[in-house]
Design a protein around this ligand. Structure first.
Ligand SMILES: [Zn+2]
Ligand SMILES: [Zn+2]
Length: 64
């Protein structure tokens, strides 16, 4: 099972087009593996999101 990093619902259910657009400009809110809320740190356009269980992911946002 994979979850949407933005809304936390099942990635296979519903429509996540808007979520994907949001994820281009804002860091993820949920772990895609366990749906836990991520601890997000942001420095400018770079972000690091930490799941207590699954560790860190990082990325860079699109500049507006
Ligand atoms: Zn979503
Ligand atoms: Zn997780």
């Amino acid at each position: 099972m994979t979850y949407c990093a933005r809304c936390g619902n099942s990635a296979n259910k519903g429509n996540h087009v808007l979520c994907r657009q949001q994820l281009a400009v804002e860091p993820p809110l949920h772990c895609t593996t366990c749906r836990r809320t991520l601890a997000v740190e942001r420095t400018g356009a770079d972000w690091t999101a930490t799941c207590k269980k699954h560790g860190r992911t990082s990325g860079t946002l699109q500049s507006a």
